[in-house]
Design a protein around this ligand. Structure first.
Ligand code: ATP
Ligand code: MG
Length: 467
């Protein structure tokens, strides 16, 4: 490397990797508020938090989410277990030298057993089910109600509301019955959460996709497949491909030109078996009983293979075409598919990034900016008092900025303004010797004097008035 290139390298500015981003204050205050609201609302419905690993065996996702889904077939961040990498590499070298063991491609990936591949989690339901089985949660009182929050990873084209590292808040109910009241209550909880967090204009869409039986969804898929074959040449390449891989997903198409054709396809509601039909009718009735407004959408099929019966999605305004803030549904066979006992299951995942965007868009969720109190102090004695004042005010819950070096009052007040503080507490020699502190309200410039204890009382009262 030449000196010049080395210098350039040294000065290289690092940037977050495409599709990832930093969340910064003051916006992070809003993230915290949203997460805190989820903690509170979900707790009132009896849910406990589960914290899961960020990466899991690739096979877990392949099995649970389904190999034919976009998520598994093209969106997962997958890599060989680094602990075994040296071993695989040696194998590769050997096969390159001898021509043994390698298939036509002869790539490293071909030499690594599936079971040694690891993926960053693209969603969390599979992990929750794995944990349910691993920790024998079927022995706990059923159902087990769990919620989680945290980052998920999908290698998609980044755009507004679509990132490669994004965040979900989700919940799952596992075990017990599949009574329609369970479905309705999960949805009720979700809508309560959206309401508490201040989301406006959320719309709930529901559908039933039946169960995977010959008298139910499979009959429908057959009918759908036949109908699709007849109109195949009017569809784009993506939908054409899906006719064979996953015909239900054609209904998911957002392509403008396909909409009138898709509208003519058969509806699943006409093919549900009696049990699924009754279940769906009862879910709708239970939602009405709970005062939850919904719209039916026969095209709602969800992207993941494991869903059955109730599926739902919630959209919010201000998000352009990425307007789904939550997806969910019932998945009774999933735990069994992952090697556990037959277990009922239902859950949802909220896209937290999109929720925050929508809140910001409606200005409802504007994060509170600035400090409550900026302490302008001058003089050694005043500084000692200022430190004590800061400690007491913070203990009472106020956010306080205490400048680390002395500055003239004029400069301090300017700084307080810039930081968006509500008040400046002025502490100079006079204030300290009189025992009367000056509080300046920065919005109107008025000043009042208080004793130490009166000041705290006054600030508490003001806070009550404004909240
Ligand atoms: P979409 O159709 O928008 O790709 P999806 O069906 O892949 O969504 P789910 O797997 O159901 O989404 O995930 C639940 C929620 O997570 C979505 O409704 C959305 O709010 C959010 N979400 C999914 N993928 C992303 C992403 N790449 N970036 C940000 N949020 C996402
Ligand atoms: Mg997607």
């Amino acid at each position: 490397m030449s000196d010049a290139t080395a210098k350039k390298e040294e000065r290289r500015k690092f940037q977050a990797i495409r599709g990832t981003r930093d969340l910064l204050p003051p916006e992070t205050a809003l993230w915290n508020r949203v997460e805190q609201t989820a903690n509170e609302v979900f707790a009132t419905f009896g849910y406990g938090e589960i914290r899961l690993p960020i990466f899991e065996s690739t096979e877990l996702f392949a099995r649970a989410v389904g190999g034919e889904t976009d998520i598994v077939s093209k969106e997962m961040y997958t890599f060989p277990n680094p602990m075994r990498f040296a071993e695989f590499y040696t194998k590769l070298l050997h096969s390159v030298k001898t021509g043994e063991g390698a298939n036509e491609m002869g790539t490293l990936a071909d030499l690594i057993p599936e079971s040694e591949m690891i993926s960053l989690r693209p969603e969390a339901t599979a992990s929750v089910c794995r944990a349910y089985i691993e920790h024998n949660m079927q022995q706990l009182p059923q159902p087990v109600k769990l919620y989680y929050m945290g980052p998920m990873f999908r290698s998609e084209r980044p755009q507004k509301g679509r990132y490669r590292q994004f965040y979900q808040i989700g919940a799952e109910i596992l075990g017990g019955t599949d009574a329609p009241a369970i479905d309705a209550e999960v949805i009720e909880m979700l809508m309560t959460f959206f309401d508490k967090v201040g989301l406006q204009g959320a719309t709930l869409y529901i559908n039933s996709i039946g169960h995977n039986g010959p008298d139910c969804r499979r009959a429908y898929i057959g009918a759908l497949y036949n109908a699709l074959l007849k109109i195949k040449d009017q569809l784009g390449p993506d939908s054409q491909r899906r006719i064979d891989t996953n015909p239900l997903r054609v209904l998911d198409s957002k392509l403008e030109s396909e909409q009138p054709i898709i509208a003519t396809l058969p509806h699943i509601a006409d093919h549900l078996c009696d049990e699924c039909k009754t279940h769906y009718a009862e879910v709708k009735r239970q939602l009405q009983v709970r005062g939850v407004l919904y719209q039916e959408n026969w095209r709602l099929v969800r992207g993941l293979d494991y869903y059955m019966r109730t599926t739902f999605e919630i959209t919010a305004p201000g998000l352009g075409s990425q307007n789904a803030v939550c997806g969910g549904g019932r998945y009774d066979g999933l735990v069994e598919l992952l090697g556990g006992p037959p277990t009922k299951g239902i859950g949802f995942a909220i896209g937290e990034d999109r929720l925050i965007l929508s809140l910001q868009e409606s200005r409802k969720g504007q994060a509170q900016q600035g400090r409550d109190i900026y302490i302008a102090w001058m003089g050694e004695k005043a500084y000692a008092t200022a430190i004590r004042a800061a400690k007491d005010l913070r203990k009472a819950g106020f956010s306080v900025e205490l400048p680390p070096v002395e500055q003239k009052f004029g400069k301090a007040l300017g700084q307080a303004d810039k930081l968006g503080a509500k008040y400046a507490l002025i502490l100079g020699d006079n204030e300290v010797s009189e025992g009367l502190w000056t509080l300046k309200t920065l919005s109107d410039g008025t000043q009042q004097k208080f004793t130490e204890s009166d000041l705290l009382e006054f600030l508490r009262q003001q806070e009550k008035v404004s909240s």
